[in-house]
Write a protein that binds this ligand. Sequence first.
Ligand SMILES: [Zn+2]
Length: 300
Amino acid sequence: MKVSRKKRFIRFIFLCIISIVIIIILIGNHKSVSYSGKKIDVQNNDKNNLNENSNQNSIEVEQDYNETDLSTDNREDDIDNDTENDTEDDIDTVLTVPVEEAYKKDDRKIAFLTFDDGPSKNTTEILKILDEENIKATFFVLGKLAKYNDETIKDIYNKNHKIGNHTYSHEYRKIYSSTDILLNEVNKTNEILKGILGDDFKSNLFRFPGGSFGENKSVYRQAIKNQGYKYVDWNALNKDSEGRNKTPNELLLNIKETTKNKKRVIILMHDSATKKNTVESLPMVIDYLKNEGYEFGVLD
Ligand SMILES: [Zn+2]
């Protein structure tokens, strides 16, 4: 009798210990459940379900990754808003594409807005619109106008738009009379820009007045290259320098027609003093391109 009571006591103690161990294990499991949804799936399912679980896990990981991406984007947007007037800080947000890659064949839709023959009073209006839309553009300026519009040149530069060289005079008969004269005009314009923006200013971007096309310009193309410049033409335009003065809607229509089915578009427009309708049409042009899914970049 005494012995069996002792045995029962031992069994009781043993059961108590087992119960405590089970309770500890259960509490431990409960903690992992509340810590991570993934852990309970793996623990509660047999090996046959493991593959499915690992798929779920990878999906979750992907979702986490996307969410991280989005929050990073938002942060960038916040930075944009915070530093709208702080031109130095938004350098990183400018999509800068080397001329050689401007027409790269991939799925990315990029529009490069380019304005030739300025600066003028219209340039100031264009800069305001670009600011409102948070878009950067490329300006091919003339030396003869730059020297009288130094504040506008500074504005273009300080707002992180790109400045390219478009000769000093733009007079075809002069600039295409010899390679020396062309290069003199290019260098003179470069010196004027350095005089306004400081010796640190450097741009090796050039656009030929009238474009680089044609066999008769091959000697000029070579001369410009030898001088260390990259030249760039266009594959879309609003036709604001062709024929009679066009209405803003006509200019928009030309943009729609010439950008059609193109992923990379280098758009030629003009910011000279007479191109008021180019300024008028610009918000519509930007709206159209945005709706078509284009990002905006500058050339380098
Ligand atoms: Zn021009």
